[in-house]
Write a protein that binds this ligand. Sequence first.
Ligand code: UD1
Length: 424
Amino acid sequence: MDTLVLHGGRPLSGRIAVSGAKNAALPAMAAALLCPGEHRLRRVPRLADVATLSRLLAHMGVAIERGSGRRGGELRLVSPAACRPEAPYDLVKTMRASVLVLGPLLARQGRARVSLPGGCAIGARPIDQHLKALAALGADIRLAHGYVEAEAPPGGLRGAHVPFDVPTVTGTENVLMAASLARGRTVLTNAAREPEVEDLARALISMGARISGAGGDVIEIEGVEGLNPLAHEVIPDRIEAGTLLVAAAATGGEVTLDGARPDQLEALIDKLREAGSRVEEIDGALWLRSPARASAVAVRTAPYPGFPTDMQAQVMALAAVAEGSSVIEETVFENRFMHALELRRMGADITVTGRTAIVRGVRKLSGAPVMATDLRASASLVVAGLAAEGRTVVQRVYHLDRGYDRLERKLRSLGARIRRVAAG
Ligand code: UD1
């Protein structure tokens, strides 16, 4: 297993382009199951999760090719006339987002057999809302031997009112895709409002779907008989952008991010300003300059447009070196503070009680060997390592590789001393 070796204490400085969003690329890839033909996706990041979903789609009969050279961000997906509607455990277990194939398979093939997902160890993460919604569209759903077995009624799925009990990102995306090919009209209420949901809606609309309201909590879908292949450019990754901004703030640095969308990062930018950074949009890029030491912040995660749970771990690393006491409350997932223990091994002063962490900032963290426990926790350890004195070795980097496109190269180009040591 690869490790990352960092020598901290140097402010990040420079300019860099943000990659495509993992959480927008994955549902757009799944959308290729909705109709046969040649689909094209641009700005697809190079990530382990993208490779995993590619393998899963290939298992279903989709041929996938990545462009080379300057077209390296382009994915060409050729969907067959009929897909094999099965997602086996071995391919699904490492990535919860695999569940995104359920809606499209059911809509197009009339049936699907999808293993119950694995993914990050950050709480129970059920898929009851996905299943309830697909059942409302008429699907017959059974759970057997660790698999979801779903079948559409004769004549196919039919539109319905789908009230979500909790706003779920991939749940909303699954139903958006399924309802696009259902008979009649579907209305989703309490839908997730994340920019990635809106990006998927845009992709589906370009395929001929009739969707309105995406980005809000009520979405209407008028089913159509068939869709055309996809040609779509994925939005930039707001979490990668956010991670780089936080890393700059934690090191007292100054960075400019090309492609970052300030309108999709408002909650984070607010907190970075509260921590003393200047953040501006300059000529279509996002610029941040941090004071030598950040100030404490109060953060409460919430569904979009609230503060993203996917930035909570990184902000905790920032709070660990900020002046004063920060309060961080996690309301989206119930077990997402594993990084706190590792940060403490680097000298952070953090007390966790239930879903709240109190972080008393220290002047300096000290480098240490640490272990990544999930995707965003790994990013938090990298941020901490950049801010720490001495050498930090982050183990289990495969978690980081699930969701960041060559993060160490990007950080190196911003002046960080970080290198990957390959296993073996
Ligand atoms: C997506 C993101 C992930 C992010 C999360 C929350 C992708 C591929 N992943 O994950 O990076 O951390 O949104 O912003 O887009 N829930 C249920 N029942 C369900 C579904 C969800 O109770 O059927 C609960 C979850 O346990 C959680 C909350 O709803 O407490 C939000 O989860 P959800 O939005 O579904 O997360 P994901 O779509 O898995």
